[in-house]
Design a binder for this molecule. Structure first.
Ligand SMILES: [Zn+2]
Length: 215
């Protein structure tokens, strides 16, 4: 899991989802009340399996020489309250964060959105770092929602998945559709997809790819 989480940070860079060190991936260790997360303030090209840190589900450091990411409390809250989630990703990716800055959910106007998110990508509450507010906002928004990503108002994206790779995929897809729908808006009003068709697309995609909703 240390290697998987360390390697997946390269995907955040590859897909242009992060600036400096502002983005992180974590992965639950199967069968344990522990997760692996990025160390705080270490640049992406210096991440190795060895310098990843291990935390318990209260966000306390269990193993590692660095302090954990400053977003650790939010990741820990998600793992505590969503037992089926095996991976969490946080980014400030540009287009998705622009929707978050306006406090506007991304409407489901692309079949790729219906496939991956099963509807709109919702907005979570404004929350400050430092306590469980961000984690609570993520869980309150995503529990019972098909979307694997939430746009935290005035902040950025948190995505979840059955494992860290699935959560990274959701973060990549979230930015991709945020950009396309933003561009579509420039020349007019994107057309909504009828709910019946969203349901059909979502069911088919989830079955074809053998993926179950993480919740
Ligand atoms: Zn952030």
């Amino acid at each position: 899991m240390r290697k998987a989480v360390a390697d997946l940070h390269a995907e955040l860079v590859r897909y242009n989802l992060v600036a400096w060190t502002a983005g992180n991936v974590s992965g639950r260790i199967p069968g344990e009340d522990l997760f692996v997360i990025k160390p705080s303030g270490v640049s992406y090209d210096e991440l190795t399996p060895e310098n990843m840190v291990v935390c318990d589900l209260d966000g306390n450091l269990v193993e590692g020489e660095h302090s954990p990411s400053s977003d650790t409390a939010a990741h820990a809250y998600v793992y505590r309250n969503m037992p089926d989630v095996g991976g969490v990703v946080h980014t400030h990716s540009t287009y998705a964060s622009a929707w978050a800055a306006r406090g506007e959910a991304i409407p489901c106007v692309l079949t790729a959105m219906a496939d991956e998110f099963g509807g709109e990508i919702p907005i979570g509450p404004f929350a400050l770092i430092g306590d469980d507010s961000i984690g609570q906002g993520i869980v309150e928004t995503l529990k019972g929602h098909r979307s694997k990503a939430v746009l935290m108002r005035n902040h950025g994206v948190f995505s979840i998945g059955k494992d860290p790779k699935a959560a990274v995929k959701a973060a990549v897809m979230c930015e991709d559709v945020a950009r396309t729908v933003h561009v579509a808006r420039q020349l007019g009003e994107p057309l909504p997809i009828p709910q019946d068709d969203i349901d059909r697309l979502y069911d088919r995609y989830q079955n074809v790819y053998g993926q179950r909703s993480p919740r």
